[in-house]
Design a protein around this ligand. Structure first.
Ligand SMILES: [Zn+2]
Ligand SMILES: [Zn+2]
Length: 136
């Protein structure tokens, strides 16, 4: 098991802080411009911090948006197995925490019988509040 409460470096803390303060996923360039004001000048430093935070399960990458979001479960043990629902209207992203789905994926094999160590799923649809707006 990965130890989660390992001390974060100063850069990692700054980056994580910024991502956690945002309700929506943030793009790399907005992370960059925010932390530059706080002294991280070089983009590679930011990308390294992002990689580490993903590895630790503190944040996740939303591939389709190329953005980053804070993990909303403090116990996320699965940095390489994530699932998100994404609203195609307002871009709201929620982390999916469905034990049935995870159990299914854990045993999932493809047609050649290959088992997989990770996945990065994104489900697209219209969120509840956008659905309500459309009905009015
Ligand atoms: Zn998570
Ligand atoms: Zn929406």
């Amino acid at each position: 098991m990965i130890k989660k409460n390992k001390a974060l470096s100063k850069n990692q803390k700054l980056v994580l802080d910024f991502i956690q303060r945002n309700k929506k996923p943030v793009k790399a360039y907005s992370i960059l411009s925010s932390v530059q004001k706080k002294g991280i000048k070089a983009p590679p430093q930011v990308y390294r911090a992002l990689d580490k935070l993903i590895e630790m399960g503190k944040i996740h990458r939303i591939e389709s948006q190329n953005s980053f979001v804070a993990c909303n479960t403090s116990e996320c043990e699965t940095p390489h197995a994530t699932a998100f629902s994404i609203c195609s209207d307002c871009d709201k992203v929620s982390e999916i925490n469905d034990s049935k789905l995870f159990k299914f994926l854990l045993d999932f094999r493809d047609n050649n019988g290959v088992k997989f160590a990770g996945y990065n799923l994104e489900f697209f649809g219209v969120c509840k509040s956008c659905e309500q707006i459309q009905k009015v």
